[in-house]
Design a binder for this molecule. Structure first.
Ligand code: PRP
Ligand code: ADE
Length: 182
């Protein structure tokens, strides 16, 4: 079995970079090539899952963020045999919901969660593909906290450290791969 470092290196090798997408000045990190390699995609899910298994606080549910957090969250939840909870872009969820608007690296948006999605004091981990300015992850954590959940950790595959998003996130943050130059 390859080491954690070897498996992380294999994931990193497949991450694409596109300058000036979706706007001039943005260096876009593309996670989708990782999914084209079944073995490396498995490695990526295993690494995220193993990280959750090694947390000292037991985790009751995985929360995934619309849209790219939905690639990782359900697979992690299945492996861990715990529920998956979606946070969606506004206007997609029926029933009673709460919303939180936020800025991200190249725009703004609103997140929404069903009030019934989470129990008070439920211990959750939030997962997304990437942390840039941290606006997205902060919005998700605020929604979960306002419903009484305990956000044990926020997890991303990619962190763009120079944007200091980590400082905005109101919970511990784990990133698998860090880019310091953009
Ligand atoms: O740290 P931030 O500056 O807030 O940016 C990070 C967010 O931006 C991207 O999502 P995007 O809103 O582009 O939506 P998508 O997942 O639907 O592509 C990415 O998947 C993160 O969710
Ligand atoms: N630079 C970036 N690459 C990919 N997704 C992003 N979301 C916000 N900033 C991003």
């Amino acid at each position: 079995m390859p080491s954690v470092e070897e498996r992380i290196a294999r994931v990193e090798e497949l991450i694409g970079t596109h300058s000036d997408f979706p706007k001039p000045g943005i260096n876009f990190k593309d996670i989708f090539p990782v999914m084209k390699n079944a073995e490396v995609f498995q490695d990526c899910i295993s690494l995220l899952t193993e990280h959750v298994e090694h947390l000292t606080t037991p985790v009751d549910a995985i929360v995934g963020l619309d849209a790219r957090g939905f690639i990782f969250g359900p697979l992690m939840a299945q492996r861990l045999n715990i529920p998956f909870i979606p946070v969606r872009k506004a206007g997609k969820l029926p029933g009673e919901t709460i919303k939180y608007s936020y800025q991200l690296e190249y725009g703004s948006d609103t997140f929404e969660i069903q009030k019934s999605a989470v129990h008070c004091r439920q211990r959750v981990v939030i997962v997304d593909d990437l942390l840039a300015t941290g606006g997205t992850m902060k919005a998700a954590a605020m929604l979960l906290k306002s419903l009484g959940a305990e956000v044990v950790e926020c997890m991303v595959v990619i962190e763009l450290t120079s944007l200091k998003g980590r400082d905005k996130v109101p919970a511990p943050l784990y990133s698998m791969i860090q880019y310091h130059d953009i």
